[in-house]
Design a protein around this ligand. Structure first.
Ligand code: IMP
Ligand code: MG
Length: 173
Protein backbone atom coordinates (compact mmCIF):
# COMPACT_ATOMS: atom_id res chain seq x y z
CA UNK A 1 0.00 0.00 0.00
CA UNK A 2 1.20 3.50 -0.82
CA UNK A 3 1.15 6.14 1.85
CA UNK A 4 -0.96 9.16 0.98
CA UNK A 5 -0.21 12.58 2.46
CA UNK A 6 -3.17 14.96 2.53
CA UNK A 7 -2.49 18.11 0.52
CA UNK A 8 -5.98 19.64 0.47
CA UNK A 9 -8.51 18.26 2.98
CA UNK A 10 -12.08 17.42 1.98
CA UNK A 11 -13.65 20.44 3.73
CA UNK A 12 -11.35 22.83 1.87
CA UNK A 13 -12.05 21.23 -1.51
CA UNK A 14 -15.79 21.42 -0.93
CA UNK A 15 -15.73 24.99 0.34
CA UNK A 16 -13.77 26.06 -2.74
CA UNK A 17 -16.13 24.24 -5.12
CA UNK A 18 -19.03 26.07 -3.48
CA UNK A 19 -17.28 29.40 -4.12
CA UNK A 20 -16.61 28.50 -7.76
CA UNK A 21 -20.26 27.50 -8.24
CA UNK A 22 -21.39 30.85 -6.83
CA UNK A 23 -19.05 32.71 -9.15
CA UNK A 24 -20.19 30.67 -12.17
CA UNK A 25 -23.85 31.22 -11.25
CA UNK A 26 -23.26 34.98 -11.15
CA UNK A 27 -21.31 35.02 -14.42
CA UNK A 28 -23.95 33.00 -16.31
CA UNK A 29 -26.94 34.88 -14.84
CA UNK A 30 -29.82 34.80 -17.35
CA UNK A 31 -28.18 32.04 -19.43
CA UNK A 32 -27.89 28.30 -19.27
CA UNK A 33 -24.58 26.47 -19.16
CA UNK A 34 -23.51 23.15 -20.69
CA UNK A 35 -20.93 21.48 -18.46
CA UNK A 36 -18.49 19.36 -20.46
CA UNK A 37 -17.00 16.81 -18.09
CA UNK A 38 -13.69 15.36 -19.23
CA UNK A 39 -13.71 11.72 -18.12
CA UNK A 40 -12.70 10.22 -15.87
CA UNK A 41 -10.80 12.58 -13.61
CA UNK A 42 -13.38 15.38 -13.62
CA UNK A 43 -16.42 13.32 -12.63
CA UNK A 44 -16.39 14.09 -8.90
CA UNK A 45 -15.61 17.77 -9.43
CA UNK A 46 -18.27 18.17 -12.14
CA UNK A 47 -20.99 16.60 -9.98
CA UNK A 48 -20.21 18.67 -6.90
CA UNK A 49 -20.03 21.83 -8.95
CA UNK A 50 -23.21 21.10 -10.92
CA UNK A 51 -25.22 20.55 -7.73
CA UNK A 52 -24.41 24.05 -6.55
CA UNK A 53 -24.87 26.05 -9.77
CA UNK A 54 -28.15 27.97 -9.71
CA UNK A 55 -28.58 28.77 -13.44
CA UNK A 56 -29.99 26.00 -15.71
CA UNK A 57 -27.36 23.30 -16.29
CA UNK A 58 -27.03 20.57 -18.90
CA UNK A 59 -24.18 18.07 -18.87
CA UNK A 60 -22.25 16.11 -21.44
CA UNK A 61 -19.20 13.88 -21.22
CA UNK A 62 -16.10 13.38 -23.29
CA UNK A 63 -13.23 10.98 -22.89
CA UNK A 64 -9.87 11.69 -24.47
CA UNK A 65 -6.45 10.14 -24.29
CA UNK A 66 -3.27 11.86 -25.24
CA UNK A 67 -0.69 9.96 -27.22
CA UNK A 68 2.49 9.88 -25.22
CA UNK A 69 4.91 7.80 -23.26
CA UNK A 70 2.72 7.69 -20.18
CA UNK A 71 4.07 10.48 -18.06
CA UNK A 72 4.25 13.30 -20.61
CA UNK A 73 1.33 14.22 -22.84
CA UNK A 74 2.17 15.08 -26.42
CA UNK A 75 -0.79 17.27 -27.27
CA UNK A 76 -2.09 14.89 -29.91
CA UNK A 77 -5.40 13.85 -28.50
CA UNK A 78 -7.48 10.85 -29.41
CA UNK A 79 -11.21 11.02 -28.73
CA UNK A 80 -12.28 7.85 -26.94
CA UNK A 81 -15.82 9.05 -26.40
CA UNK A 82 -17.21 12.16 -28.06
CA UNK A 83 -20.00 14.38 -26.75
CA UNK A 84 -23.55 13.08 -27.24
CA UNK A 85 -24.99 16.47 -28.22
CA UNK A 86 -23.86 19.25 -30.55
CA UNK A 87 -22.52 22.36 -28.80
CA UNK A 88 -23.34 24.89 -31.49
CA UNK A 89 -24.84 28.05 -29.93
CA UNK A 90 -24.40 26.66 -26.39
CA UNK A 91 -22.49 28.32 -23.56
CA UNK A 92 -20.02 25.57 -22.79
CA UNK A 93 -17.88 25.24 -19.72
CA UNK A 94 -15.17 22.60 -19.98
CA UNK A 95 -14.46 20.97 -16.62
CA UNK A 96 -10.98 19.54 -16.03
CA UNK A 97 -9.44 17.87 -13.02
CA UNK A 98 -5.95 19.28 -13.43
CA UNK A 99 -3.93 21.31 -15.92
CA UNK A 100 -0.35 20.21 -16.17
CA UNK A 101 1.52 20.91 -19.42
CA UNK A 102 -1.69 22.28 -20.93
CA UNK A 103 -1.20 20.30 -24.12
CA UNK A 104 -4.29 18.10 -23.87
CA UNK A 105 -6.54 21.00 -23.11
CA UNK A 106 -5.27 23.39 -25.73
CA UNK A 107 -5.92 20.72 -28.37
CA UNK A 108 -9.36 20.01 -26.95
CA UNK A 109 -10.38 23.67 -26.74
CA UNK A 110 -9.41 24.26 -30.37
CA UNK A 111 -11.47 21.26 -31.39
CA UNK A 112 -14.52 22.43 -29.45
CA UNK A 113 -14.24 26.01 -30.72
CA UNK A 114 -14.48 24.67 -34.26
CA UNK A 115 -17.98 23.41 -33.37
CA UNK A 116 -19.15 27.02 -32.98
CA UNK A 117 -20.43 27.26 -29.41
CA UNK A 118 -21.91 30.59 -28.30
CA UNK A 119 -19.14 30.82 -25.70
CA UNK A 120 -16.45 28.56 -24.28
CA UNK A 121 -14.80 28.77 -20.87
CA UNK A 122 -12.56 26.53 -18.86
CA UNK A 123 -12.81 25.47 -15.24
CA UNK A 124 -10.20 23.33 -13.50
CA UNK A 125 -10.07 22.01 -9.96
CA UNK A 126 -6.27 22.09 -9.87
CA UNK A 127 -3.55 23.90 -11.76
CA UNK A 128 0.18 23.22 -11.76
CA UNK A 129 1.39 26.45 -13.41
CA UNK A 130 5.08 25.52 -13.06
CA UNK A 131 4.56 22.67 -15.52
CA UNK A 132 2.91 24.67 -18.30
CA UNK A 133 4.30 24.15 -21.81
CA UNK A 134 1.33 25.34 -23.87
CA UNK A 135 -0.47 28.46 -22.74
CA UNK A 136 -4.16 28.00 -21.93
CA UNK A 137 -6.54 30.63 -20.60
CA UNK A 138 -8.20 29.28 -17.47
CA UNK A 139 -11.40 31.06 -16.41
CA UNK A 140 -11.99 29.31 -13.07
CA UNK A 141 -9.33 27.62 -10.95
CA UNK A 142 -9.94 25.77 -7.69
CA UNK A 143 -6.37 25.63 -6.40
CA UNK A 144 -2.90 26.28 -7.75
CA UNK A 145 -0.62 23.54 -6.48
CA UNK A 146 3.13 22.87 -6.57
CA UNK A 147 4.63 20.37 -8.99
CA UNK A 148 3.74 17.18 -7.13
CA UNK A 149 1.80 14.19 -8.40
CA UNK A 150 -1.61 14.26 -6.74
CA UNK A 151 -4.49 11.80 -6.43
CA UNK A 152 -8.03 11.81 -5.11
CA UNK A 153 -11.24 13.68 -5.87
CA UNK A 154 -11.22 11.97 -9.29
CA UNK A 155 -7.48 12.00 -9.95
CA UNK A 156 -5.74 8.67 -10.28
CA UNK A 157 -2.41 6.97 -10.01
CA UNK A 158 -2.63 3.98 -12.40
CA UNK A 159 -6.43 4.14 -12.05
CA UNK A 160 -6.32 3.96 -8.24
CA UNK A 161 -7.32 6.48 -5.57
CA UNK A 162 -9.93 8.35 -7.62
CA UNK A 163 -12.44 7.83 -4.82
CA UNK A 164 -10.44 9.55 -2.06
CA UNK A 165 -12.53 12.51 -0.83
CA UNK A 166 -9.45 14.78 -0.53
CA UNK A 167 -6.43 15.72 -2.65
CA UNK A 168 -3.36 13.77 -1.62
CA UNK A 169 0.20 13.04 -2.64
CA UNK A 170 1.40 9.47 -3.10
CA UNK A 171 4.49 8.87 -1.01
CA UNK A 172 6.05 5.64 -2.24
CA UNK A 173 8.03 3.70 0.33
P1 IMP B 1 -1.55 17.92 -19.77
O1 IMP B 1 -1.89 17.75 -21.22
O2 IMP B 1 -0.07 17.71 -19.52
O3 IMP B 1 -2.02 19.24 -19.19
O4 IMP B 1 -2.24 16.69 -19.02
C1 IMP B 1 -3.26 16.85 -18.13
C2 IMP B 1 -3.72 15.46 -17.70
O5 IMP B 1 -2.65 14.73 -17.10
C3 IMP B 1 -4.78 15.56 -16.61
O6 IMP B 1 -6.09 15.59 -17.14
C4 IMP B 1 -4.52 14.31 -15.78
O7 IMP B 1 -5.21 13.21 -16.35
C5 IMP B 1 -3.06 14.05 -15.94
N1 IMP B 1 -2.31 14.56 -14.76
C6 IMP B 1 -1.45 15.59 -14.75
N2 IMP B 1 -0.94 15.79 -13.51
C7 IMP B 1 -1.53 14.84 -12.71
C8 IMP B 1 -1.41 14.54 -11.31
O8 IMP B 1 -0.70 15.17 -10.51
N3 IMP B 1 -2.16 13.50 -10.86
C9 IMP B 1 -2.98 12.78 -11.68
N4 IMP B 1 -3.11 13.03 -13.01
C10 IMP B 1 -2.39 14.06 -13.52
MG1 MG C 1 -7.04 13.07 -16.99
Amino acid sequence: MDKIRVMIPEEKVEARIKELAEQISRDYEGKSVRLICILKGSVFFTCELAKRITVPVTMDFMSVSSYGNGTESTGRVKIIKDLDEPVQDENILVIEDIIDSGRTLSFLLDMLKARKPESIKLCTLLDKPDRRVTEVKVDYTGFEIPDEFVVGYGLDYAQNYRNLPYIGVVESE
